[in-house]
Design a protein. Structure first.
Length: 195
């Protein structure tokens, strides 16, 4: 008898941080957008603006890399004064993931997932003790494209992708904007037959 597999709900996540690794440095904002759902029948995209989540976070350390902070355009002093407490924001995010993924297995997808997943997973475990994605529920869009395009991973950049795969939205380095943009890229990649 075949094992029944739950559908996957793909959630595009983008984070902005003030340094290269979590712990010594801080995730200062993160955004998420539901990209679509996949079951045995195939992949069905969602409107990436329909189900979203965004928070700006209070930094967790005094250390930061000015160049990394500058990428996001966020003001560190404002985040210290007004940013959400990480424990509260990550708990709210976990609740949101469970809500939007009811009946499905949530999967975080990112471009590149390695950076965003490192911060997201560390923050989830550090501040909530659990991850709604489990310990390995992430998919890297860069790897997905490389596999379908039959290219070495290091040969891949968004600029090398066929234009029809890319979102028409600008990559702004605002975490929610970029999560939405990358949700569109993900849905396009899932529909693309490859080379």
């Amino acid at each position: 008898m075949a094992r029944r597999v739950k559908p996957s709900l793909y959630i595009s996540v983008d984070i902005e941080a003030d340094g290269p690794i979590p712990g010594p440095y801080s995730m200062i904002s993160f955004g998420a957008a539901v990209a679509g759902r996949q079951d045995a029948e195939g992949y069905v995209p969602e409107d990436p603006e329909a189900y979203t989540f965004y928070r700006e976070l209070r930094p967790i350390s005094e250390d930061f890399v000015p160049e990394a902070l500058a990428v996001s355009g966020l003001d560190r002093d404002r985040l210290i004064a007004e940013g959400s407490e990480p424990a509260a924001a990550l708990a709210e995010f976990g609740d949101w993931v469970h809500e939007v993924s009811a009946g499905a297995q949530p999967v975080m997808c990112g471009y590149p997932a390695s950076y965003d997943w490192t911060f997201l997973y560390w923050y989830l475990i550090r501040f909530t003790g659990a991850s709604p994605f489990g310990h390995s529920g992430c998919l890297d869009m860069k790897t997905l494209y490389a596999t379908k395009a039959r290219l070495p991973l290091r040969a891949v950049a968004k600029g090398t992708m066929p234009r029809e795969l890319l979102s028409r939205r600008r990559h702004t380095h605002h975490a929610l904007d970029d999560a939405i943009e990358q949700a569109e890229l993900f849905s396009n990649l899932m529909a693309w037959p490859g080379r």
